[in-house]
Ligand binder design. Structure first.
Ligand code: CA
Length: 646
């Protein structure tokens, strides 16, 4: 009976935890590898700083069924636990115009905190301690503090932090974590010396401890691929006694090294200093396309860097792997995504979008931000550079990938299908038969790789024309696994011979016909004696009149037409020379030219032109017969090439 009662209690608890009857998040298509051992309180954060400015611009967010919905409720339902919000001191010009970028001051953070709280979401407050964007390239001091010494600045920073947090708390936000700076790689608030940086951070930390005693204090750096820098930051923080709980890192898969490195670096800091660690910013593109007429930080081609396709499934797999890396790290606390709600303001032209960015501050920077940040915002102000990394389509509908934050706990294994096929890149010599591959590599929804059959939309006649038309680059379209794919076919003026330069280090597939008894007759590596590369065919005989050999190789002509055979020789101490380059077509001599050995470093090149029909057998060769003088006849053969001329 007791066992039964216990089982019933567990079932009841499970029902409560699963959302009090709310329909569970499921997916018939999104593949999610389970992350083992994920703690119940693992943080799944989402930066949503731009939401109010986007909504003011007319953006409407929707739920998974496409119905208009509160975006914070949608995020909460998908498994997000925390909302991250950036806070700028005074993001306004002297006329009171906002700089844009979501108009993120403390009042806006309070509004976001209130809405997040209503949806059951906690808040991560990200103080930049600047009037606009702070990152490793810029940590500009707020205008009002510009003239202050570090000590006065720290006092102001303390008061500002306390006051801002009080504003957020008063609005009802539940502050779970506070960042005392954003990507503060060696500078903060206009200061670059660690004494000042640590003093400022400590002032911020003290304010957090006093106003939000239950909140974690986080520091935030970026570029974990530079592990030595991370060790340095952590050791400086310890040396100066900065009071913090969480060592946070950005991790953008395109720029920040491997996940294994991330895990190792964070683990080392957690272990060495007894801290929690987390990824405070990450993101991945669901499409290579821009959606708001304002250029993006990543696009077509960049998916090759991290190896996940730019699809919603690729985005989910990328995020899942970041979650796994942090979960496996010692002290791993959570992962926060930047900034999955930042989508296009949705108009059909740059001009219409720009009008909204300028009116509501929903782009990354307004023109007037140039008065504070002339070098970046002043030059490149505009819309959103990460709209293709959002978790919502530009019409506000959440992507299936957003469900990763729920499904990662137990995993989700629908039938594996082709998610993306990799374009092929092929190269052929002029005249070489163009053979397109029968399969292309596909990335499957579970992120595995498979070769899938492909059908190319090109006729045999078109391929034959490409083969004959000389050096050029073509793009051939096709379909594989139900997805479009393309092959780049590059036709180059290629050497049709194999190992014409002897660089493989062996003679094959050249055939040696040795009629003499030279002392040395082999492929030799010596760059200074080679015409190209470092290998060539070498001969030498101390005894006179012993050098008498030929090397030749053959191939079938894939095209009828004119060809050119070239080959070069160099050497010395040869007398009574009978050297020649030759070409046979179906065993009959088609062309021949003498070659002469003179002295060291003086290469003699034979150039033979000939014609043949498709399928005929071409034999190219060099015959060497020579007497010797001095210390004996010697020579080198190199750079043999056969080109189809058309
Ligand atoms: Ca954009």
């Amino acid at each position: 009976m007791r066992k039964l009662a216990l089982a019933l209690a567990v079932l009841l608890l499970a029902a409560l935890l699963s959302g009090c009857g709310a329909k569970q998040i499921t997916s018939d298509t999104l593949y999610v590898h389970k992350v083992d051992g994920l703690p119940e309180d693992f943080i799944f954060g989402m930066d949503a700083s731009s939401v109010p400015s986007l909504e003011a611009s007319g953006v409407v967010y929707r739920d998974f069924s496409g119905k208009e919905a509160d975006v914070f409720a949608v995020l909460a339902r998908a498994g997000i636990t925390h909302i991250r919000v950036r806070v700028w001191n005074d993001p306004y010009d002297s006329s009171g115009n906002s700089y844009g970028g979501g108009n993120c001051d403390a009042a806006l953070a309070a509004e976001i905190g209130r809405r997040a709280q209503a949806a059951g979401l906690k808040l991560i407050v990200d103080f930049h301690y600047s009037d606009f964007w702070a990152d490793p390239s810029k940590q500009m001091v707020p205008k009002a503090w510009a003239e202050l010494e570090p000590e006065e600045k720290a006092a102001k920073l303390y008061a500002y932090t306390a006051e801002s947090l009080e504003t957020i708390l008063a609005a009802g936000g539940e502050v779970a974590m506070v960042q005392i700076g954003n990507e503060t790689n060696g500078s903060l608030c206009g200061e670059t010396g660690w004494t000042a940086i640590a003093e400022l951070m400590q002032a911020g930390s003290r304010a957090v401890r006093e106003v939000c005693p239950g909140a974690l204090v986080a520091v935030h750096f970026t570029s974990p691929e530079k592990a030595e820098s991370y060790r340095d930051y952590a050791s400086k923080l310890a040396y100066y006694g900065v009071d913090y709980d969480v060592f946070g890192s950005s991790y953008y898969p395109y720029w920040h090294g491997t996940l294994e490195n991330l895990r190792a670096v964070l683990s080392e800091i957690a272990r060495s200093y007894g801290k929690r660690v987390m990824v405070l910013e990450t993101s991945y593109a669901y499409t290579p396309e821009d959606t708001d007429f304002s250029g993006n930080t990543v696009g077509a081609g960049d998916e090759r860097i991290a190896g996940y396709p730019f699809t919603p499934q690729g985005q989910a797999n990328a995020v899942r792997d970041v979650i796994a890396a942090v979960a496996e790290a010692e002290g791993g606390l959570g992962v926060c995504y930047w900034e999955g709600t930042w989508i296009s303001v949705g108009q059909s032209s740059f001009a219409e979008n720009e009008a909204l960015w300028e009116q509501y501050g929903s782009g990354w920077a307004k023109q007037c931000a140039g008065s504070y940040d002339p070098e970046d915002a002043g030059k490149y102000y505009g819309g959103c550079a990460v709209d293709n990394q959002a978790f919502f389509l530009s019409n506000g509908t959440p992507l299936e990938s957003l469900k990763v934050f729920t499904l990662v706990r137990e995993g989700n294994s629908p039938a594996v299908t082709t998610d993306s096929v990799l374009d092929a890149a092929l190269q052929f010599g002029v005249g070489e038969e163009i053979v397109l591959p029968g399969t292309v590599e596909a990335v499957m929804t579970d992120n595995s790789r498979q070769d899938v059959p492909v059908s190319w939309e090109v006729s045999a006649e078109e391929l034959a024309a490409m083969q004959r038309a000389g050096a050029a680059v073509y793009t051939v379209s096709g379909t594989a696994g139900g997805k479009p794919v393309s092959a780049t076919v590059e036709i180059v003026d290629a050497n049709l011979l194999t190992n014409g330069d002897f660089e493989t280090g062996v003679l094959e597939p050249w055939r040696l016909i040795n009629r003499g008894t030279a002392d040395e007759l082999f492929v030799e590596q010596k760059a200074t004696d080679s015409l190209d590369g470092s290998w060539h065919m070498h001969f030498w005989s101390s005894t006179q009149n012993r050098v008498d050999f030929a090397i030749e190789q053959e191939l079938a002509a894939s095209l009828g037409g004119e060809y050119r055979f070239t080959v070069s020789v160099m050497g010395g101490d040869c007398v009574d020379q009978e050297l020649r380059a030759y070409v046979l077509v179906d065993g009959q001599e088609a062309a021949s030219a003498p070659l002469t050995i003179s002295s060291y470093g003086n290469w003699d090149t034979a150039e033979l032109r000939f014609s043949c029909r498709e399928g005929q057998q071409i034999t190219v060769g060099v015959a060497v017969k020579t007497g010797g003088k001095g210390s004996g006849a010697w020579g080198k053969i190199d750079a043999a090439a056969l080109n189809f001329l058309g």
